[in-house]
Design a protein around this ligand. Structure first.
Ligand code: SF4
Length: 325
């Protein structure tokens, strides 16, 4: 979501070094972005205030002499480190009433909120230059790391002769963003019959969903959930022939890698967080209650996802992969 903003900064200020301060698990992603000079670990956990730790990190960063900080989260605590680091320009949304902490303040139009990418792009506008067109996201890959990951996981290298379909059945936000596990199982079986090896990809948090898929159709896929770090997940996805994903972080990674992608939306909106890729096929029914942005379907019927049947997603996956049934 943030990468087009980084690309814009680099376009406007090619001489600038852009460093990213982020939690450890995000660092591999920032390191694969060509605009980023250095990815620096933020050691603070979610909800962790640790004022003293933030002060010390801020004072360490002060030695780098940064000219500007752009704060993406809306929390009060996320604005502390740029202040402690003495960075003169500190841009961000007002969020948790951050007057004084930030000094280039942006206000969100809550009646007509822009998509996340545009929301972040506006923060780069603090440099007061003409706004270039929104670019697609893009990530670098590592063939060495890919080969190591394939060997470590005992996976056959994907190729046109041995095509791989990656399924991303998780979505951290909640079950209302997840296409049903039995549908993924049906899809995996269909893809297997069409000649694809099927990999389930996600984090440790997605292992229960992966297990539900394998319980529904034993042997329909290889479960890689929780078995790859983010860098290896990026490289494995980059080698696949097609990706089918819920609206999740891996969906955006597949889009940034330009892989043929079927992106499944239900309770969330493809207007809000669309995959930034011409190779993406968005599947969204836009039924009367959608998007509700709830974590669990408040109506119980979950029609936004249940009415998206596996046959339809299978046809889209084949078309995305350039195959006919
Ligand atoms: S309320 Fe509607 S959009 Fe929300 S999860 Fe249920 S079916 Fe989907």
């Amino acid at each position: 979501m943030a990468q087009p903003m980084l690309a814009r900064l680099k376009e406007l200020r090619p001489e600038a070094n852009i460093d990213v301060l982020a939690p450890r698990w995000v660092l591999p992603l920032a390191q694969r972005m060509p605009e980023v000079s250095e990815a620096i670990e933020s050691p603070f956990g979610h909800g962790d205030l640790d004022l003293g730790g933030r002060w010390r990190l801020g004072r360490t960063l002060a030695a780098r002499g940064y000219a500007q900080a752009i704060v993406l989260p809306n929390t009060l605590k996320s604005a502390l480190i740029p202040l402690f680091a003495g960075i003169p320009l500190r841009a961000g949304y007002v969020g948790e009433t951050r007057y004084g902490l930030l000094n280039v303040l942006h206000k969100l139009d809550r009646k007509n909120p822009p998509p996340m990418v545009e929301r972040y792009l506006a923060l780069a506008g603090a440099l007061q230059a003409p706004l270039p067109a929104v670019a697609e996201t893009r990530l670098a890959t590592s063939s060495t790391n890919l080969a190591q990951a394939l060997a470590r996981l005992s996976l056959q290298s994907p190729s046109d002769a041995h095509p791989v379909a990656v399924l991303c059945p998780g979505a951290e936000y909640g079950p209302a963003k997840r296409w049903p596990a039995e549908y993924y199982a049906d899809l995996a079986t269909k893809l297997g019959a069409a000649g694809f090896s099927v990999w389930l990809m996600g984090s440790e948090a997605d292992q229960a969903v992966a297990q539900a898929i394998l319980d529904a159709q034993p042997g329909c896929a290889i479960d890689l959930c929780g078995r790859t770090d983010l860098a290896s997940a990026i490289d494995l996805i980059s080698a696949s022939q097609v990706v089918i994903s819920n609206d999740s972080g891996l969906m955006h990674i597949a889009a940034a890698l330009g892989r043929p992608l079927v992106a499944i939306f239900g309770s969330s909106s493809p207007k809000h967080t669309p995959p930034r890729s011409a190779a993406a096929r968005v599947q969204y029914l836009a039924i009367e209650c959608s998007p509700c942005f709830e974590r669990v379907c408040p109506l119980g019927h979950f029609r936004c996802m249940r009415d998206l049947e596996p046959e339809r997603i299978f046809a889209q996956a084949l078309a995305a992969a350039g195959r006919t049934n």
